[in-house]
Write a protein that binds this ligand. Structure first.
Ligand code: SAM
Length: 240
């Protein structure tokens, strides 16, 4: 997968060299190119913003540097005829695990990191395939939102996570939150690991995990349960 990120703060992208994302890059599964939007500004101050039409506070990102940047990227030699262009914005469609899986299947993504009051709407109309929100709050820029999305997407690239089961067991993979997890020691500070996990009975462990996931989801995210088709046994666990 190829990813291009356009920002006025390329230094924000440094964490993309670490951990799972860094390994995926080292292994050649993921190419990430950061671009400084100011490289496409045309004045000597490298200006990329201007005052909003109609008045109001703050500044708006100008369309011309964005268009030049996106043209240069789209015209470069990529793994697809054209990239899927993503604009992080609090006004966008909510980012979910299912959305991450959809984007993980794309060969080429471009993230456009807005700042100030956002990007001139004409750029969005002309270029954006997706406008995505990572939550109902307002960040100062699209960079952290892009890091969030890329980390979720990279986990889903085939072979990126060592043990593929850890992805299929993750929260949201089956519509549920994951239940609690434990490691050694079996007794810690007066708290004991649930006996079933020490039993070696794989069937009983799988059932316990499913039940804990159902109970946790019912308590914390009933909206997720409401969207699922539960069987009789699941219904009983949730009702208990
Ligand atoms: N005035 C905009 C509004 O109220 O919708 C907010 C602009 S925000 C200060 C600047 C940039 O941060 C946005 O253009 C977007 O790129 C990014 N951003 C802020 N919150 C976000 C969120 N929840 N999800 C995705 N991107 C976000």
């Amino acid at each position: 997968m190829r990813v291009d990120v356009v920002t006025i703060f390329p230094a924000y992208l440094e964490p993309l060299r670490l951990s799972l994302l860094g390994k995926a890059r080292d292994r050649g599964m993921l190419e990430i190119n950061g671009h400084d939007l100011r490289d496409w500004a045309t004045d000597r101050h490298r200006t990329v913003d201007d005052t909003p039409y109609g008045g109001g506070p703050g500044m708006v990102m100008r369309p011309d540097p964005w268009d030049a940047a996106l043209r240069a990227i789209a015209d470069s030699d990529g793994p697809a005829p054209r990239p899927r262009v993503i604009v992080p914005t609090p006004t966008g469609r909510p980012f979910t695990q299912a959305y991450a899986a959809e984007l993980a299947a794309a060969p080429w993504l471009v993230f456009c990191c807005g700042r100030y009051e956002g990007i001139d709407a004409r750029v969005i109309d002309a270029w954006a395939d997706d406008e995505i929100s990572i939550g109902d709050y307002v960040l100062s820029g699209g960079e952290v939102a892009t890091l969030v999305m890329l980390e979720a997407i990279a986990r889903l690239l085939p072979g990126a996570v060592g043990n593929a089961e850890s992805i299929t067991d993750d929260s949201f993979a089956h519509g549920l939150l994951e239940g609690p997890v434990y490691t050694r020691p079996p007794d810690w500070a007066g708290r004991r690991v649930p006996e079933v996990l020490l039993s070696g009975d794989h069937g009983a462990i799988a059932r316990w995990r499913r039940d804990e996931a159902l109970r946790r989801t019912a308590r914390r995210r009933p909206d997720l349960l409401a969207a699922m088709d539960l069987d009789r046994r699941d219904e009983t666990v949730v009702a208990a």
